[in-house]
Design a protein around this ligand. Structure first.
Ligand code: GDP
Ligand code: IMO
Ligand code: MG
Length: 430
């Protein structure tokens, strides 16, 4: 049975949660493999809005098992609150329905405190992080000074290590003019978190391997987007994990030969939260129109998202980095009512026109987008149920994207609701 990876092709918030919710109707397992509660994935089901930060977007499908892989950084308090909230809403979230890798790293209170203190100190030069402790947690993982979730279930060794690590963290916090943290406040709380989460912890790699061998459908749910990738994004204005499809393997323990297809989610325009270059950003009232019509406010931090035209140079680069086999275009409805729509098809860069995203940030800051202008459409398309019903100009916009990128568009989304979208082909197939 096919295994599908879903990733964002821009700077996050492309509508991954919505698309994953739609596609998990066909999936036995849905797996988060990187990031943490910096993610905010929105699902609208029967007019009720749900924002998920750590729990995969398959949780509302009764037959789909949700998996948090080893590559995720887990804030146990946030996860437990998310579990409790869903339980209250009557959602099945037993350890048969949600499984968590025992190897996933734990976000500690000092990770959050360091994230906030560094951003505050950097002031004008800040990254614009979500201040959820994501970066400092990944740093400790790589430095081999992190706690895997399973470590919380061994109170004595946890105690020794925590004492040692906290000494160094408090030294750093003091340097950053932040309050030190007290051992007693962390220790008992985190041991209790370990006890709560223990029934959910397991060897995810083995579970997925067995699932694959018995013919189950597995869907990987990416968080963030390609240009927030720690290696391939707009460094240093990125998150601290690899967000591209290749990391689905490292972040779950399933081998690359088990992956069949990769679906790239493309918002019909571009948005970004936080600092960093953004070639097609609109600084005029058109940007404000997109923000208001598209409800472009962060699902995690509530910050207004920066908005701009669709940048096909970016998406073309995302195609290469992720090995995309299909695309899903979301939020097409937001463009209704614009007289003309622009798409970026090249960058003027040091006297030539290029069609790839430069890695050199100094070059990227100076590129000038080359635009293709297409006629817009007036009609409200939020009720459209198939390609044929779309206005001619909307069809042309979609065909233009497909022709430029030479990758099939498998899904179109025209509204936030689960039902407001339609398939053009099955994204599980290449
Ligand atoms: P994610 O992080 O990629 O899952 O995306 P977010 O949930 O952060 O942001 C996407 C926003 O757009 C959410 O508010 C969704 O409810 C909404 N959304 C998703 N698809 C569509 C669509 O096709 N049309 C409209 N109008 N809204 C959409
Ligand atoms: P989803 O999964 C949009 C951005 C932050 C900041 C940078 C680093 O909902 O698409 P971090 O807290 O990760 O160290 O912040 O990355 N960022 C996101 N932007 N969507 C997200 O997730 C994001 N997760 C992180 O705004 O610029
Ligand atoms: Mg989001």
């Amino acid at each position: 049975m096919p295994t599908l990876v879903v990733v964002g092709t821009q700077w996050g918030d492309e509508g991954k949660g919505k698309v994953v919710d739609v596609l998990t109707e066909q999936a036995d397992f849905v797996v988060r493999f990187q990031g943490g509660n910096n993610a905010g994935h929105t699902l609208v089901i029967n007019q009720k809005k749900h924002i998920l930060h750590l729990i995969p977007s398959g949780i509302f499908r009764p037959n789909t098992i949700c998996v948090i892989g080893n590559g995720v950084v887990v804030d146990p308090e946030v996860l437990i609150n998310e579990i409790e909230k869903l339980k209250k809403e009557g959602v099945d979230i037993s350890p048969n329905k949600l499984i968590i890798s025992e190897k996933a790293q734990t976000i500690m209170p000092y990770h959050k405190a360091l994230d906030i203190a560094r951003e505050t100190k950097a002031a004008q030069n800040k990254i614009g992080t979500t201040c959820r402790g994501i970066g400092p947690c990944y740093e400790d993982k790589v430095a081999r000074k992190g706690f895997r979730l399973i470590d919380l279930t061994y109170p004595e060794t946890f105690k020794e290590k925590l004492k040692k690590f906290l000494e160094e963290k408090n030294f750093l916090l003091k340097y950053l003019n932040a309050e030190p943290l007290r051992f007693e406040e962390i220790y008992e709380k985190y041991v209790a978190f370990g006890e709560y989460l223990k029934p959910y912890l397991t060897d995810v790699s083995q579970v997925l391997w067995n699932a694959q061998k018995s013919g189950k459908n597995i869907l990987f749910e990416g968080a963030q987007g390609t240009f927030l990738d720690i290696d391939h994004g707009t460094y240093p204005y990125v998150t601290s994990s690899n967000t591209i499809a290749g990391n689905a393997c490292c972040g779950s323990g399933l081998g690359p030969t088990e992956i069949n297809s990769v679906l790239g989610i493309v918002k019909a325009y571009t948005t970004r939260v936080g600092e960093g270059p953004f070639p097609t950003e609109l600084h005029d009232e058109l940007g404000d129109i997109l923000r208001e019509k598209g409800g472009e406010y962060g699902a995690t931090t509530g910050r207004p998202r920066r908005c701009g035209w669709l940048d096909l140079v970016m998406v073309k680069t995302a195609l290469r980095l992720n090995g995309l086999t299909n695309l899903a275009v979301t939020k097409l409805d937001v463009l209704s009512g614009l007289k003309t729509i622009k798409l970026c098809i090249g960058y003027k860069c040091e006297g030539e026109v290029i069609d790839f995203f430069p890695s050199d940030l100094e070059k990227l800051k100076k590129v000038e987008p080359v635009y293709q202008e297409l006629p817009g459409w007036e009609e409200d398309i939020s009720q459209v149920k198939n390609f044929k019903e779309l206005p001619e100009s909307a069809k042309n916009y979609i065909k233009f994207i497909e022709n430029y990128l030479q990758v099939p568009i498998a899904l179109l989304s025209v509204g936030p609701e689960r039902e407001s979208c339609f398939l053009l082909k099955n994204p599980f197939n290449t």
